[in-house]
Every structure is written in structure tokens, then in C-alpha cells.
Ligand binder design. Structure first.
Ligand code: NIG
Ligand code: FE
Length: 415
């Protein structure tokens, strides 16, 4: 028998329905239902609307009713569209060195940085990595994040990248939240690789890509396009092969120097992420394309660098998602809501722009059409915050966390 549930009354339900994917947004555009209810059918939303009206429908369907006794604001479950939460080890020493004046790239050149995490991650077993992902994903769930993208990229050989992606796949089976995995074997040329950049990329494409398909490990390929990693010229044939095999592309672009977003647009990537160094040229190029721009304020906070020019991207007509980039090096905080709030204050974003950046527009950055909004047939993924005004959520800069998190129609966390 089909299982129905009704929850409400909810003081304000911000559905995110009907908002454009691209461009600036005003808070007045946010679709808000007052005294709302959510009628759930199994894992999905059956309908949203006025609680009293939905209660009649719910009774006729013999729905289980959760009647809320105080005021709540409801938002779609948050989506963190860019993380590296599969790793082992800590880079606390890198952080201290950076704050004492060494740059991220200087530390990388001296053998620290990404390579340090590669060394630790290679030493860890698949099971240990899986446990780490579960622990971090459960931490994110308490902050309302019900979908998390997770990259490999600390293995940097066919076998070690497979170990990471298998750990992510395994973790997904044990979690309430959904993981979306991405292969980032092109994070840097491994220091122990006996060959050129092109040879490494060719080897990954010919040996790892088919296995990703065979084991259903991911349908997304990412690369770090940067002076210290891969140039846009080097990465073009790699992306071409990936596209020919049917993978979606995403790019670590314009973090320290511009270049990555150009290739992202050329290969029609799903998203270009970072963009701290994007100039007006790149911003226009991205805005005129279908590529979603993903700002990663956690990396700016972790490295003490400029923020992604989010205001300019939106004003140029671009689509802006916001993600945490949680990783042990550049973005160790792992708190999407706090970081999105901070980006909002520094870049003068409306609350609508910040909230769509971690819901509806973040879903687009992962090509997920079944979440990020609250509407019939969408997944019943949502958060309830103990307040009567949605503006309170960003105002508290991450300190107001959800009282309840619902995933696929069930309460999975309660404070
Ligand atoms: O998105 N920029 C490259 N990759 C990661 C950092 C990874 C690391 O420092 O371990 C990023 O910031
Ligand atoms: Fe990243």
C-alpha cells in the first residue's frame, strides 16, 4: 500500500519553484507559501500548499500526519555540489605555513599540498576511506545537506583512484544522504609518475575510464586546470575522450590564474568551479554559456584569497551555485551554510541568490532534476528551521542549523 505523510503547518515554506536558473534574483521573487503543508507519497512530494486544505486530502489518503507545534521555515534539502571529503590525513601544518607567509603553490612545490594528502590517502584502506566519507557526510546531514558531490583525486593512479571511487560508492550505501561521485584523477601529475603529463592523462583515459563505466563508479570527469596542474591545452584531448565516452565534464577553473573556464565553455562542461581569478572576459563567456559557475568560498577562507566574483557573475546573467569544496588542504572547514552566508556578505548577494546557490542552482550544477525545489514529484528532501522568518537563517551565518532534516520522505535528523 502506498504510504502517505503530511507535515505542517509550516510558517514559511520557500519552495524555489519557478525561479530562473540564470541571473540576479531579488528576495521578493522567492516563492513563499505561508501556513504550508507538505504531502509526501513514499519518497517524493505529492503536493505542497495550504496546510488546512492538504489535511483534507491527507485524511482521504489515510496519511500519517505530523502536526508541528511551533513555528518553522522549510527549505529544500541543501546540495553541496563540490567536495573532496574522501581523504586521509590532516594538512594543519600547511595551514600554519600558509598563515606564516608561504603560498599554496610554494607549499605544493616543496612536496606538501595535494601530494601530501595523496601519500596519506594511498596508505589508507578502502574501508578506512569509506568510514571517513560516512563520518563527514553525516556531519553535513546535520547542517541540512542531503546531497553531496564527492571527488576522487588523491589516488592519482588507476588502482588508487578506483579505491577512492569504490569507497565513495560503498559509503553511499550506508548513508541517508545521496552522494554524487566525480573522478578527479587529473588533480595533478603524480610526483612518482615516470612519464609526461600527456602519458599520464592517456593512461588514465585508457585504463581507468572504461572501469568507471564497468563498475558504475561515476559519470563525471573533473580536472584541475592550473599552472601547477594541467594547462588548458594539455587537458583538451582528455576531456575530448571523456566526452566521447559519455562522461559529463566539470572543471577546477580559474582558481589562481584564468584559463580553465575557457576550456569549460569549449567542452560544454556542466560546471566551472572556483573562478576566484576570473576576469570580465571569463565572466561574460560563462554567462553566455550553459556552464554553471560554482563559487567555493571555503577555499577563499581557507587560503585567505579573494572570493569568486559572484556578484559580477550574476549581474552578467550567469548561473551561480555555491559549494563548500571541503578538503584537507584549501578548505578544511566543511560548513556550507556558514560559507554561503559569508560569500553573501562580501559579494552583496541577496538571500534569494545565496539560497538558490545551495538548492535549485546547485542541483543544476550536478544535472539533478529531481531535487533542489519543493514541488510535486520532486524528492521529499527538506529542512525545517526553528524560526518564523527565512531571513533569520542567513542572518545567523551558519549558527542556526536545521531542527529537522527530511530525506526521501523520512525524518533523518532531529535536534
Ligand atoms: O578545490 N584546487 C585544487 N583542488 C582542491 C584542493 C585540494 C587540496 O588542496 O587538497 C580545491 O581547492
Ligand atoms: Fe575542489
Amino acid at each position: 500500500m502506498t504510504k502517505y505523510k503530511l507535515i505542517g503547518p509550516i510558517t514559511q515554506l520557500v519552495s524555489m519553484n519557478g525561479l530562473p536558473l540564470k541571473g540576479a534574483l531579488k528576495d521578493e521573487q522567492l516563492p513563499i507559501i505561508l501556513n504550508a503543508g507538505i504531502l509526501i507519497e513514499e519518497e517524493h512530494i505529492h503536493s505542497i500548499g495550504n496546510y488546512i486544505e492538504l489535511k483534507e486530502v491527507a485524511n482521504s489518503l489515510k496519511a500519517e500526519i505530523t502536526e508541528l507545534q511551533s513555528e518553522y521555515v522549510c527549505l529544500p534539502g541543501f546540495i553541496d555540489a563540490h567536495t573532496h571529503i574522501c581523504f586521509s590525513g590532516s594538512r594543519a601544518n600547511d595551514y600554519a605555513m600558509r598563515n606564516s607567509g608561504k603560498s599554496y603553490l610554494e607549499i605544493a612545490k616543496a612536496g606538501g599540498g595535494i601530494w601530501d594528502t595523496v601519500t596519506n590517502t594511498r596508505t589508507a584502506s578502502q574501508e578506512e576511506l569509506c568510514h571517513g566519507v560516512i563520518k563527514r557526510a553525516n556531519h553535513l546531514l546535520k547542517n541540512g545537506i542531503t546531497t553531496i558531490e564527492v571527488k576522487s583525486g588523491y589516488g592519482l593512479s588507476t588502482q588508487e583512484e578506483l579505491k577512492m571511487l569504490r569507497a565513495i560508492k560503498e559509503a553511499n550505501l550506508h548513508l541517508e544522504s545521496d552522494l554524487v561521485s566525480t573522478c578527479l584523477a587529473a588533480h595533478m601529475l603524480p610526483k612518482d609518475y615516470d612519464g609526461s603529463q600527456q602519458e599520464y592523462l592517456d593512461e588514465i583515459a585508457s585504463t581507468l575510464f572504461p572501469k568507471l563505466k564497468l563498475e558504475n563508479l561515476t559519470n563525471r570527469i573533473d580536472a584541475f586546470v592550473e599552472q601547477s596542474a594541467f594547462s588548458k591545452e594539455d587537458i583538451a584531448p582528455y576531456f575530448k575522450k571523456a566526452t566521447e565516452m559519455g562522461f559529463d565534464i566539470t572543471v577546477h577553473a580559474d582558481q589562481f590564474t584564468a584559463g580553465g573556464s575557457e576550456i569549460a565553455v569549449k567542452v560544454n562542461a556542466v560546471s566551472a568551479d572556483h573562478l576566484e581569478a576570473s576576469t570580465d572576459n571569463e565572466i561574460t563567456m560563462l554567462a553566455e554559456s550553459d556552464v554553471i559557475s560554482v563559487a567555493l568560498p571555503g577555499a577563499s577562507i581557507g587560503l585567505g584569497c579573494d572570493f569568486t566574483p559572484a556578484r559580477k557573475i550574476l549581474d552578467a546573467g550567469g548561473a551561480l551555485a555555491i559549494a563548500s569544496d571541503w578538503n584537507p588542504g584549501s578548505a578544511p572547514m566543511g560548513d556550507l551554510l556558514t560559507q554561503a552566508c559569508i560569500l553573501g556578505t562580501f559579494q552583496k548577494l541577496s538571500n534569494a541568490e545565496v539560497l538558490t546557490g545551495i538548492t535549485s542552482r546547485a542541483a543544476a550544477a550536478l544535472k539533478l532534476e529531481d531535487r533542489g525545489r519543493l514541488a510535486p514529484r520532486m524528492l521529499a528532501d527538506f529542512c525545517l528551521f526553528s524560526t518564523n522568518n527565512f531571513n533569520e537563517i542567513l542572518y545567523h551565518q551558519g549558527k542556526l542549523t536545521p531542527s529537522q532534516v527530511w530525506k526521501r520522505g523520512d525524518v533523518v535528523y532531529k535536534q
